[in-house]
Ligand binder design. Structure first.
Ligand SMILES: Cc1cc2nc3c(=O)[nH]c(=O)nc-3n(C[C@H](O)[C@H](O)[C@H](O)COP(=O)(O)OP(=O)(O)OC[C@H]3O[C@@H](n4cnc5c(N)ncnc54)[C@H](O)[C@@H]3O)c2cc1C
Ligand code: FES
Ligand code: FES
Length: 457
């Protein structure tokens, strides 16, 4: 039995664990304000809020309901457009109306939910972050200028710091209905999920890869054993060593204060990855296990000294991330084995790190080519180098020969030129929808130059 709250309504359902939340909301509950657009996480028409208790506190963020299986929302609070503005339009809804940011209205519920998630966000607000809240929403008719103006007005009305706009403040100022005040207590009363035994379960984490690839096959077979288990979740930093649980989402990585300290551009890199709701859902483990040659986190962590912690019927083992990807979609993962965590050495004062990605459009696109470089500099020379590249081979690549070549060199234009030539021998790009093989070779050359420029060599 899956149990959660939908707006102000308590739900207990025996619907299939793999049923997309979108279908449950619309067809089981008859709440049609949540729209069906792409069903692939791209358009944001199906966006809802997900609230969950973490260490006794209630946190909300946006998710796309088309890629969320019911099993993932047990114990959560789901808010749809029907759950907002129950008495009068909220300031979010009023801003959209006042700035004529609505034409056909198909995208509007998703946009209202994305902006409400911004109000509830645990981040200190800036104008840039306010605009980025809509990076997962497409509008085909109004045009984005009026949406920008509505977002700007909303931003000017909100206190910047999360501590100054807690849930009671948002209720008092009409952003949320009163029932939000009861939610922490209501969610705390829900017992942990007791999964039914499926014979050959398909394991789901965030669902953002699986539910794009084969949603129909998942209806009765999906299981979420990773969900909420302490050994698969959380980020722990001990000196220069960091352990990131497989269940940790992209948003959790990007917002982690300890990681932001070590990667000063982390927030900017985050804007290159998917969109706000997809980052709220997609996990590190899913990104690595999906084995896409352009997986952003695979490329990011291959350029650092990273080791996977794997757990399966044979017990625990550790494996360097660079040895995990065997061939196209083939992993060194034994039957029944799962990724529990990733251990990584964080950059220290002598290290420089940079991540780059080129895709066909700025937001919400996967890479044509992506790459990361880390360098340890000692006395003006490169003491240690790790270069990774995606989209230029059947797996995410650690470019070992190029990395070894750079070690001991002075980081200058000549070293870069020779490294670029060596890298060309290590890659095997193919022509596809993301670009010709020749173009991808050119991109990697340019991204390597960008690494050298950005880390001020
Ligand atoms: C609109 C959209 C945009 C996207 N943009 C990007 C992007 O810019 N960059 C990018 O890299 N990706 C992108 N993705 C892909 C996806 O969001 C990420 O790869 C995400 O990290 C996948 O994680 P998940 O938890 O959703 O995986 P799921 O879909 O739940 O799982 C993926 C696979 O991994 C397996 N798995 C999950 N966890 C584990 C584990 N711990 N151990 C073993 N196997 C496991 C599952 O069984 C499944 O086979 C995008 C996806 C969408 C829908
Ligand atoms: S329907 Fe387009 S993101 Fe869900
Ligand atoms: S108002 Fe028509 S899609 Fe946005």
């Amino acid at each position: 039995m899956i149990e959660f709250w939908l707006n102000d309504q308590h739900i207990r359902t025996s619907s299939p664990a793999g049923l997309p939340l979108l279908d449950f909301i619309r067809y089981d509950q008859g709440q049609t304000g949540t729209k069906i657009g792409c069903r692939e996480g791209d358009c944001g028409a199906c966006l809802v809020l997900e609230g969950r208790l973490q260490h006794g506190a209630l946190h909300y963020h946006s998710i796309v309901s088309c890629l969320t299986p019911l099993v993932n929302i047990h114990g959560r609070h789901i808010v749809t457009i029907e759950g907002l503005g129950t008495v009068a339009p909220t300031p979010v809804q009023s801003a959209l109306v006042d700035h004529a940011a609505i034409q056909c209205g198909f995208c509007t519920p998703g946009i209202a939910m994305a902006l409400t998630a911004l109000c509830l966000s645990g981040e200190t607000l800036t104008a840039e972050r306010a605009l980025a809240a809509l990076d997962g929403n497409l509008c085909r008719c109004t045009g984005y200028q009026s949406l920008k103006r509505a977002t700007g007005e909303l931003f000017s009305k909100l206190p910047a710091a999360p501590a100054d706009r807690p849930i009671p403040w948002l209720i008092e100022h009409g952003f949320l209905p009163a029932f939000f005040s009861k939610m922490a207590e209501r969610l705390a009363a829900i017992s942990p999920f007791a999964p039914e035994k499926a014979s050959a379960p398909v394991l789901v984490a965030g669902g953002t890869d699986l539910f794009v690839q084969r949603p129909d096959a998942l209806l009765h077979t999906v299981a979420a054993p990773f969900r909420n288990a302490p050994e698969w979740s959380g980020i722990r930093i001990d000196g220069d060593r960091c352990t990131i649980g497989a269940e940790v989402t992209a948003t959790e990585i990007l917002r982690h204060p300890g990681l932001r300290d070590r990667f000063p551009n982390l927030e900017a890199y985050g804007h290159l990855i998917a969109s706000t709701p997809i980052r709220n859902m997609g996990t590190l483990g899913g990104n690595l296990a999906n084995a896409s040659p352009i997986a952003d986190w695979a490329i990011f962590f291959l350029a650092l000294d990273s080791t996977l912690v794997l757990h399966g019927p044979g017990g625990w083992r550790e494996l360097p991330l660079s040895r995990f990807f065997l061939d196209y979609k083939k992993l060194d993962l034994r039957p029944g084995e799962r990724i529990a965590a990733l251990r990584v050495d964080l950059p220290d004062a002598d290290m420089r790190f940079h991540f780059e990605k080129v895709c066909k459009r700025r937001h919400l696109d996967i890479a044509s080519v992506n790459s990361a470089l880390s360098l340890r500099l000692l006395n003006g020379r490169i003491a240690q180098a790790r270069l990774s590249a995606g989209g230029v081979g059947p797996t995410p690549l650690f470019l070992e020969a190029t990395s070894r070549f750079l070690e001991g060199k002075t980081p200058d234009a000549e070293a870069l030129k020779q490294a670029q030539a060596i890298a060309q021998g290590e890659i095997r790009p193919i022509s596809d929808i993301r670009g010709s093989a020749t173009y991808k070779r050119l991109l990697l050359r340019q991204l390597m130059a960008a690494h050298f420029l950005e880390i001020n060599l």
